[in-house]
Design a protein around this ligand. Structure first.
Ligand SMILES: Cc1ncc(COP(=O)(O)O)c(C=O)c1O
Length: 408
C-alpha cells in the first residue's frame, strides 16, 4: 500500500498557498473542488496563446484543436473508454437534459423508465418528464431510515417494457456507494439502458466505466479538480442508436451530436490538466505501467480519504444531538457526510462554523426527493461536510473542534 504524500498533493493546488484562504479548512468539495495547478495553467495558457477558433490550418488554431483532442484522449484513458465515447458539455444537468431529448426518441408509449428518489435532480427530473410522452415511470425507492437503495428491489421493477434505469454511483447526501457493476449487469441482462450519475463519486477516483458496465456515465469536472464542464461517457453501441441533438449538418461528428450548446474550447482544452495532475501524483508515488495508472491513482485517493472519513463518521455517530444521514461505515461510503442537527438549524451552523475557519454548506443540495424520503424538511435541509484526498488530518481536527463548539 502506498501512502499519499499530502504535502505533494497540496502543492499541486494553488488554493492551498493562497493567503486569503489560509487557516480555513475546506469542507464543501461536493459543491466544487479546488482546481489543480495543471488545469489552471492550461486554462491560462489557452486564453493567452490559443484563444482562436480551433481546427483550422494555422498554427494557433491547430494547436488549440490538438489540446482539445488531448483532453478526450487523456480522460478516456482514466475512464477506460474509447476516445470518441467522451463528451464535454456545459454541466451535468445540461448533459442529462440533452440525453433525455435523445433518448425520448427511442421510447414508445408504455415503455418503462426507472428512476430513484436518491439521485440529485439532474439525473431524475429529466427522466420523469419522459412520462409526458407516454413512458411509464417506476420509482426505485430508498430505505427511509438509511437512504440506501436495495439492488434486490430491482427484480420487482424491471420487466420486459423497461428501457431505461437512472441511478447514481453515490448520492451527494448519503454517499453510500451503490454496487454499480451488479446493478448494470442486472439491467443489461434485461436490455435496459443504464444512466449512472457519478458526479458525487468521481472526485474520489475517476471510475473505470467499462468495469462498471454503464451505458452512460456523467460527472462534473469542476468538482473533480477541473474546469466548469460536465463530462459524459456514452458507450459507442448506444451512441449509434441516439440521434443528433446538434445542428442538422453536424450529425456526422460524434463529438458534436450531444452538445447543441457548442463546445467551450478553452475549458475542454484545460480538462486534460485533471489527467496530468493524476499522472504527476502517480509518478511522485513510484508510478508503474501506464495501463495500471488509473487504478493506482484510484487506490491512492481512496486510502487517503478512508481514515479521515472514519474519524468524522465515528465522531458524528456518537453525538446524540445530530442525525447522521446514510451509513456510519466508512468502507461503504464516499467522503461526503450530511447530518441534521437536532438542536440547531443547518443554516445557522454554516456561519457559526465559518467563524472557526470551516467552509461548509447547508441545504437540500438539489436532492429534495431524497430528503423528503428520509423525513427531512428540504426547506431546512442538512449540513454537509465533503472532503477529498487533499484534506489533512489537521483539517479534520479543526472541523471536530469547531463542531464541538457550534453544536453545543
Ligand atoms: C450528484 C450530483 N449530480 C449532478 C449534479 C449536477 O451537476 P452540474 O452542476 O454539473 O449540473 C450535482 C451538482 O451538485 C451533483 O451533486
Amino acid at each position: 500500500m502506498t501512502t499519499l504524500d499530502l504535502a505533494f498533493a497540496r502543492s499541486q493546488f494553488p488554493a492551498f498557498a493562497e493567503p486569503s484562504l489560509a487557516g480555513q479548512a475546506f469542507f464543501e468539495n461536493a459543491g466544487g473542488s479546488y482546481a489543480c495547478r495543471q488545469v489552471i495553467d492550461r486554462l491560462g495558457e489557452y486564453y493567452r496563446r490559443l484563444k482562436v477558433q480551433p481546427y483550422y490550418a494555422y498554427p494557433a488554431s491547430q494547436e488549440a484543436g490538438e489540446w482539445m483532442d488531448a483532453s478526450h484522449v487523456r480522460l478516456a484513458e482514466y475512464l477506460n473508454v474509447g476516445v470518441d465515447e467522451v463528451h464535454f458539455g456545459p454541466s451535468t444537468s445540461q448533459n442529462s437534459y440533452v440525453l433525455a431529448q435523445a433518448l425520448r426518441k427511442l421510447l414508445k408509449p408504455g415503455d418503462e423508465v426507472i428512476v430513484t428518489n436518491q439521485d440529485h435532480e439532474a439525473n431524475n427530473g429529466v427522466w420523469r418528464r419522459l412520462a409526458t410522452d407516454g413512458a411509464v415511470l417506476r420509482q426505485w425507492a430508498v430505505d427511509p431510515d438509511s437512504g440506501m437503495l436495495d439492488p434486490g428491489a430491482l427484480d420487482g421493477l424491471i420487466n420486459e417494457r423497461t428501457r431505461v434505469l437512472a441511478f447514481s454511483q453515490c448520492s451527494n447526501i448519503v454517499a453510500h456507494i451503490n454496487p454499480v457493476a451488479a446493478i448494470t449487469a442486472k439491467a443489461r441482462a434485461a436490455g435496459v439502458i443504464t444512466m449512472v450519475d457519478s458526479v458525487a463519486y468521481a472526485p474520489h477516483g475517476l471510475p473505470d466505466v467499462t468495469a462498471l458496465g454503464a451505458d452512460i456515465l456523467l460527472f462534473s469536472l469542476y468538482k473533480t479538480f477541473g474546469p466548469h464542464q460536465g463530462a459524459m461517457v456514452v458507450r459507442q453501441a448506444l451512441l449509434e442508436r441516439l440521434g443528433n441533438e446538434a445542428h442538422y449538418f453536424n450529425g456526422a461528428y460524434t463529438r458534436k451530436r450531444l452538445v447543441p450548446a457548442g463546445p467551450d474550447h478553452a475549458q475542454i482544452a484545460a480538462a486534460r490538466g485533471v489527467a496530468e495532475y493524476f499522472d504527476a501524483l502517480d509518478a511522485h508515488h513510484g508510478g508503474g505501467t501506464a495501463a495500471g495508472r488509473p487504478q493506482r491513482v484510484r487506490q491512492l485517493l481512496r486510502e487517503a480519504e478512508l481514515p479521515l472519513l472514519a474519524r468524522v463518521l465515528d465522531y458524528l455517530s456518537k453525538r446524540k444531538d445530530v442525525r447522521l444521514l446514510g451509513p456510519a461505515d466508512a468502507s461503504v461510503r464516499a467522503a461526503t457526510i450530511s447530518f441534521v442537527p437536532l438542536k440547531k438549524t443547518p443554516a445557522d451552523l454554516v456561519p457559526a462554523l465559518a467563524r472557526h475557519g470551516i467552509m461548509a454548506a447547508a441545504g437540500h443540495f438539489y436532492a429534495v426527493r431524497l430528503l423528503e424520503a428520509l423525513g427531512v424538511d428540504p426547506a431546512r435541509g442538512a449540513l454537509r461536510l465533503s472532503f477529498l484526498h487533499y484534506t489533512s488530518a489537521q483539517d479534520i481536527d479543526q472541523l471536530i473542534a469547531a463542531l464541538d463548539k457550534v453544536l453545543g
